[in-house]
Write a protein that binds this ligand. Structure first.
Ligand SMILES: Nc1ncnc2c1ncn2[C@@H]1O[C@H](COP(=O)(O)OP(=O)(O)OP(=O)(O)O)[C@@H](O)[C@H]1O
Length: 793
């Protein structure tokens, strides 16, 4: 329905009223902020003026303390008010720019009153303090906007369901207080606005999608029932966007009890954090905590072991020689160690350790045992077997500390101490004396008496020398966790455990064991070994659970193993999970948890799990989606959003010289079209580096490595696996040749790379095309020949 002149007039007038209100409110608040700030300064300056210090007797002291506390409370209350006012001011400022994006006219069933609900990123009341000029998009009633076209509708509130009729739905695009675009729509969210939003050149960072959230995305955002919400969505379907909006929604819904630091996002790489960092602040919320699983592993393990990261693992597999015993063992090892079956093997192994085979590290001092490993073992298995392993280790720790004290006492009389005491320097003497005074509370002991002095110094020396061992005991490092993990791959241990649990080990288990032991010998922890190793550590030491996190969001969940997910579940026992992934982008060598058997669905059981599928792809033009969906199995299920563009181009070149020449020309053209983010996507880090080196003189390139933490606009040279989750105006696939992409396990990596393109996709091939390309429907791309052209730079 087209809008009339009077509609425009009405809306423009209302807009002006809202603007006036916003300006007034901001002026008022700005004054208040200034006043409160001044107040705080004054109170701080005159803090002591109103306080009489009187410490004469307990009553006076109490009164003094009370008046100091009162003053301090006044300051902290003012500071809280100041902070709140600054946050509100910031919100109003954002509203001033674009106060609302939608309106629905709604009549609740059983009434005749038509309410016009305007939706924006925050709510705003009129001067009367009652009438809502703008509703927050997260308010229960706002759900109608995303879920229904005009007609009969309903929405959930904390007090139950409300039904009624939506008479009208209007969308706006407002910039700096001016309505640029406005139309009524008869669908959920009109394509017109989406077209406009998606057609823009990308801003380096991700944007909020609040004005155009799609119905199925709204289901993800507002779902607060299930313990596990699993979202399976195709590339570019808005999984990450929906996840971030969901964080904002939950922070609003539970604003009395939930803080941003109680939510944790596991992201695919460190750069991703920077890519998404602007969305929540754009919505007026603080960012949740963010980490990568690798960062967590490093935090727990890096000090002692050489830890492989997932990218190294992937590069090793991608560049390994196929069909060798080593390659097959590595692949089979990765698959098995990533499975729930292996998790079960380790749990069963823990049962074994309850009765036998625990390993301790010797506690040796000057070549002598503080406690022999044999005694440690005997003692350990003398505890009540009903006590949990981790609790028994704690008992053991306490016992060892006592044994250490006995050992220490004997050590005071040892001859080696003479030399040590004679050689003490001034600092040592000073320390030991201070300690003595402290221990004896300053009474009695002096250094006047030689024997006394020797005894004190000797005790001090022994204590200092034994401190590292004491520390090892306190931190439970007397348990040989690495040995325990190694033991699992030795002497058919896993074989007997798995047989008892009816778990099938891989056929080449022997090769896997050999390979694993070899690496562990060198203190190398492969990516696939890191989490199992950590599980054993936690079973022995007790889980390092985090009880404060309430929501965990795992993006790119297809890249996690079932083992890792089970481990994460234990890490956050009080948390609800949101897992978002795309089976077609599962690039790692372990079997994907999103496969038919669906380990992720089984984690919390069917009753506590909900699955939402997203099949519409918004990122890329229709032409790019029609092309990329041919690369993967079942791609015909992927629905492009109807945003037109050029077909992807495939260009075969003879050599690197031709390749680089053409890339320079393409990039010039992209820049001329105003594209702000362009990616040259390579297969590996090595290829990225070579491409960067070859072209860096001619172009201002950014080389992205696994250590890059900042996502910036510009021309990025990036390995495909680091481009996960992010997007670019234009993508140049550096070399899509048969030489580079031919193995089946490279298909998804190739697909992931191609689906990063929003507006343009160019694929180069040095020689013969990858079979993933040659098998595609030729209608979906333009095959271009190489033509020598001059580069203008
Ligand atoms: N409802 C929407 N309104 C506007 N833009 C949207 C909407 N949904 C998704 N988009 C846009 O589509 C692009 C892809 O979204 P996003 O990165 O969240 O998808 P994804 O499913 O996580 O992708 P991938 O799995 O390929 O990394 C982004 O530019 C996002 O802003």
């Amino acid at each position: 329905m087209s809008l009339t002149e009077s509609d425009w007039q009405f809306e423009q007038q209302r807009m002006e009223h809202v603007n006036d209100q916003l300006n007034q409110r901001m002026e008022q608040l700005a004054q208040e902020v200034g006043l409160v700030k001044g107040d705080i300064g004054d109170i701080r300056k005159n803090f002591w003026d109103g306080i009489t210090i009187n410490l004469g007797n307990p009553d006076d002291m109490g009164e003094t303390f009370f008046s100091i506390k009162q003053q301090a409370d006044v300051i902290s209350e003012r500071e809280r008010m100041h902070k709140l006012a600054v946050v509100t001011l910031d919100k109003l400022n954002r509203l001033l720019h674009s106060p609302y994006f939608g309106r629905i006219d709604f009549v609740e069933q059983g009434t005749t009153n038509v309410e016009s609900i305007y939706l924006g990123i925050a709510s705003l009341l009129d001067a009367d303090g009652i009438t809502f000029l703008i509703y927050d998009w997260r308010a229960p009633i706002a759900s109608l906007y995303y879920d229904y076209p005009p007609g009969l509708v309903k929405y959930e509130t904390p007090d139950g369901e409300v039904t009624g009729e939506m008479l009208m739905k209007r969308q706006y695009m407002i910039r700096d207080g001016v309505i640029e675009l406005m139309f009524d729509t008869s669908v959920t969210i009109g394509d017109q606005l989406l077209q406009k939003v998606l057609g823009h050149s990308s801003e380096a960072q991700m944007k909020s999608i609040v004005a155009t959230i799609q119905r199925e995305q709204n289901q993800i955002i507002r779902n607060d029932r299930s313990r596990m919400l699993l979202v399976q969505g195709v590339a570019g379907s808005g999984k990450t966007s929906a996840a971030l909006q969901r964080v904002a929604y939950l922070l609003y819904k539970h604003r009395q009890t939930l803080k941003a630091d109680q939510m944790l996002l596991f992201s695919p790489n460190p750069m991703f954090n920077s890519y998404v960092s602007t969305v929540l602040p754009e919505l007026g919320e603080e960012n949740m905590q963010q980490t990568t699983f690798q960062q967590y592993l490093e935090y727990r393990l890096n000090e002692e072991y050489q830890l492989e990261d997932p990218f190294e693992q992937l590069e090793t597999i991608l560049s390994a020689e196929e069909n060798t015993v080593e390659y097959e063992a590595r692949l089979a090892g990765i698959r098995f160690k990533s499975s729930i079956e292996f998790y079960k093997v380790i749990l069963a192994y823990k049962e074994v350790l309850q009765h036998q085979d625990i390993l301790f590290k010797p506690l040796v001092f000057r070549g002598r045992n503080v406690v022999s490993v044999k005694r440690m073992k005997e003692r350990f298995y003398s505890y009540d077997p009903a006590i949990r392993l981790a609790n028994r280790i704690e008992l053991h720790r306490d016992w060892l500390l006592k044994e250490l004290s006995v050992f220490e006492e004997k050590e005071w009389r040892e001859a080696w101490l003479d030399d040590e005491v004679q050689n003490l320097d001034f600092d040592d003497l000073h320390h030991s004396f201070k300690k003595l005074r402290l221990n004896q509370k300053g009474k009695g002991a002096t250094f006047d008496d030689y024997d006394k002095q020797y005894e004190v110094l000797a005790r001090w020396v022994v204590q200092e020398k034994l401190n590292p061992i004491r520390h090892r005991i306190q931190t439970l490092r007397f348990v040989d966790v690495l040995g325990l993990y190694r033991q699992l791959f030795r002497d058919d241990n896993a074989l007997s455990i798995s047989a008892s649990k009816h778990i099938q080990l891989p056929d080449n288990w022997h090769d896997i064991c050999e390979q694993t032991l070899l690496r562990l010998e060198k203190l190398q922890l492969s990516y696939e070994d890191a989490t199992p190793f950590l599980l054993i550590k936690d079973l022995v030491h007790g889980y390092q659970s985090n009880h404060s996190i309430r929501y965990v969001i795992i993006d790119e969940v297809q890249d996690y193993s079932a083992f890792q997910l089970e481990f994460i579940k234990h890490l956050f026992p009080r948390s609800k999970m949101t897992a978002l992934g795309d089976l077609n982008q599962a690039i790692y060598a372990h079997a994907s948890i999103l496969h038919e058997s669906q380990p992720v669905m089984e984690m919390y059981g069917a009753a506590q799990t909900e699955l939402i599928r997203l099949v519409n792809s918004y990122r890329s033009t229709r032409q790019i989606v029609e092309f990329t969906r041919g690369i993967v199995q079942g791609g015909d299920q992927i629905m492009p959003f109807n945003r037109p563009g050029e077909k992807p181009q495939i260009i075969v070149v003879d050599d690197h010289e031709q390749l680089h020449k053409r890339i320079l020309i393409d990039i010039e053209a992209f820049l001329a079209r105003g594209f702000a983010s362009i990616a040259i996507i390579c297969k590996t880090a090595k290829e990225s580096e070579a491409a960067y080196e070859a072209m860096k003189e001619q172009l201002p390139l950014l080389l992205i490595t696994k250590n890059t933490i900042l996502f910036e606009k510009g021309i990025q040279v990036i390995p495909a696996y680091l481009a996960k989750g992010v997007e670019f105006d234009a993508v140049i696939l550096y070399n899509g040749s048969k030489e580079q992409y031919r193995r089946e396990n490279e298909r998804k990596l190739f697909y992931t790379a191609c689906t990063r393109a929003m507006h343009e996709l160019f694929i180069y091939s040095l020689g013969e095309l990858s079979p993933f390309l040659s098998a595609l429907n030729a209608e979906t791309y333009e095959r271009k020949e190489y033509v020598d052209q001059n580069v203008s730079r």
